[in-house]
Ligand binder design. Structure first.
Ligand SMILES: C[S@@+](CC[C@H](N)C(=O)[O-])C[C@H]1O[C@@H](n2cnc3c(N)ncnc32)[C@H](O)[C@@H]1O
Length: 215
């Protein structure tokens, strides 16, 4: 499957209705679960005045919360134009839009044009993309200080679910697929870019949260 096909699937799946619902949920409940765990670890490492590159940030929960914690600027890159519009409208509502930038598109395609940022985050993004090696290496290379990721564990139960979901998505002619990539390979690619593990936890049977720091 090509990245173009998957990006078309992402734009269709994460449409304006989904974005509106996700933004409503964020406004009502704030951040929960693994996103909260990731934010707690980033704040513990120190984020004051830092720049953030948030890849696949959806409605921008990480951006909104880290601005409250003192980051200086953010760049959001997302393959869903509806999510970017929702993130932008919330930035205006929260009063930091003048320090936030947005780029629509496939991160892997536009990465060569992007400057390194102090913090790079990918919250439940790696599982939405087939070309994991490039997504991980290109993003890790752009993290000057901290790199935070939330992605699925790679147990047999999730690999099974990936195949069943793939068949179901094909039946409804969706171009979107989700991917269970190898945890060992992801960790090796991140460390190959000079980042070292600072925090790791598993949440239930599905997700895991990792934070790396540049030495
Ligand atoms: C499951 S959603 C997660 C959204 C948000 N981070 C959250 O946890 O609620 C996956 C996000 O990754 C984005 N995404 C996936 N692959 C991407 C790529 N190659 N470039 C840019 N964004 C991508 C999707 O458009 C979507 O916003």
């Amino acid at each position: 499957m090509t990245c173009c096909r998957q990006c078309e699937g992402l734009e269709n799946l994460f449409n304006s209705k989904v974005a509106r619902e996700d933004l409503d949920a964020y406004r009502k409940r704030g951040v929960t679960g693994t996103t909260r765990a990731l934010l707690d670890q980033l704040r513990a490492a120190g984020v004051q005045d830092m720049s953030l590159l948030d890849i696949g940030g959806g409605v921008g929960a990480i951006q909104h919360e880290l601005f409250k914690s003192g980051i200086g600027s953010s760049l959001a890159v997302d393959a869903s134009s509806a999510y970017l519009a929702a993130a932008k409208s919330e930035a205006v509502r929260q009063g930091y839009a003048d320090r936030a930038e947005y780029r629509f598109g496939d991160f892997v395609q536009i990465a060569p044009e992007l400057e390194p940022h102090d913090i790079v985050t990918l919250d439940r993004v790696i599982c939405c993309f087939p070309d994991m090696p490039n997504m991980v290496s290109l993003s890790a290379a752009r993290a000057k200080r901290l790199y935070g990721v939330v992605y699925p564990q790679d147990g047999w139960w999730l690999r099974g679910a990936q195949h069943i979901a793939g068949a179901a998505l094909a039946l409804v002619r969706s171009k979107y697929r989700f991917y269970i990539h190898s945890t060992r390979e992801i960790d090796a690619l991140i460390q190959a870019e000079g980042l070292r593990p600072r925090f790791h936890t598993r949440a239930g049977l599905v997700w895991q949260v990792s934070v790396y720091a540049r030495e």
